[in-house]
Design a protein around this ligand. Structure first.
Ligand code: CA
Length: 310
């Protein structure tokens, strides 16, 4: 099967992540889906940013130096939409201001803005209408439990915006992703969400959610997931092992497929290869041909589209 190409934060290997420019480029490069990460502002607007923090992808430190919390971080939740819109979005930085991926868009450069979730949905609708290519959306609810502690329940607004954008059925090109299983369960049971749901699977040490990712990957965990979600989005290392330095598919994909779940691993980066692979082409081919994935998140959608089997 031809795996779905999900442009991870847009074509983020080429332009600053989650900018509309990065989404337009991913659309043009032939991605099947464009990814959104959604967090809430102080005035409860949903904006498209990967982190609950602003300091690694904007000029917030220069613009609002006094607005950090005690931990030194600048939280999206502490800024109104108007303030967020006034920030420049930059290529992702480390804490010391250096580029996370040095070969990408120049650090601290360019004129890019934060956009709202509603604006991005509208933008994609326009791109689809203009190009005649129907590219889907793949939005993620970021840290829902943390947002509730901060006084905002983002899930109902998030779902309303997708419905308002004209998506309505499980056949529409929408996958909703979350690390938090409780929230996915809530979407299905409490909100009667009509869209396909994806359980992201990471390391417990990332503290993305209270979900126990070690359990989730077991046979019992996968069986439980399959009652709620349509797909899993595992971190790449969970899908293979190295035998004598040579990659071999692990058993998670078989377990997931047996339970009827699609498998969409993250994140395929040409400038950050996982252990055991010497080129991006080798990595992508192994996952498509040997592992048998159904989709993948990539910062380089053009290169995966070129490699994909017909
Ligand atoms: Ca994401």
């Amino acid at each position: 099967m031809t795996p779905l190409v999900i442009a991870h934060r847009g074509a983020s290997g080429y332009l600053p992540e989650h900018t509309l420019a990065a989404k337009a480029l991913g659309h043009e490069m032939g991605a099947d889906f464009l990814e959104q990460d959604v967090v809430a502002s102080r005035d409860d607007e949903l904006v498209v940013l990967h982190d609950i923090y602003l300091d690694r992808v904007t000029d917030v430190v220069e613009r609002f130096p006094a607005r950090a919390r005690d931990d030194g971080r600048y939280y999206v939740r502490d800024f109104d939409l108007d303030e967020l819109r006034s920030l420049n979005v930059w290529e992702r930085m480390n804490a010391d201001g250096s580029a996370v991926y040095p070969g990408r868009y120049p650090a601290k450069s360019g004129e890019f803005r934060i956009n709202t979730f509603a604006e991005e949905l509208e933008f994609i609708k326009d791109l689809n209408a203009h190009s005649g290519r129907q590219v889907g959306i793949y939005p993620e609810i970021k840290r829902p439990a943390w947002h509730r502690e901060e006084g905002v329940d983002i899930t109902p607004t998030f779902l309303r915006m997708i419905l308002d954008a004209g998506y309505e059925s499980p056949d529409d090109a929408v996958y909703i992703q979350c690390f938090d299983f409780v929230e996915l369960r809530r979407l299905k049971v409490e909100f009667d969400c009509p869209f396909k749901l994806v359980q992201l699977i990471g390391e417990n040490s990332w503290r993305e959610a209270k979900t126990d990712f070690d359990f989730v990957r077991t046979a019992a965990g996968i069986a439980e997931l399959a009652e709620t979600v349509d797909a899993v989005g595992p971190w790449i290392p969970y899908l293979y092992e190295l035998v004598d330095d040579s990659p071999r598919p692990g058993d998670l994909i078989e377990r997931a497929h047996a339970a009827g779940l699609e498998v969409h691993p993250f994140t395929f980066r040409a400038d950050e290869l996982p252990p055991g692979f010497s080129s991006f082409e080798e990595l992508v081919r192994f996952f498509i041909v040997d592992v048998g994935i159904d989709g993948l998140f990539t910062d380089f959608p053009d290169r995966v589209v070129q490699l994909r089997l017909p």
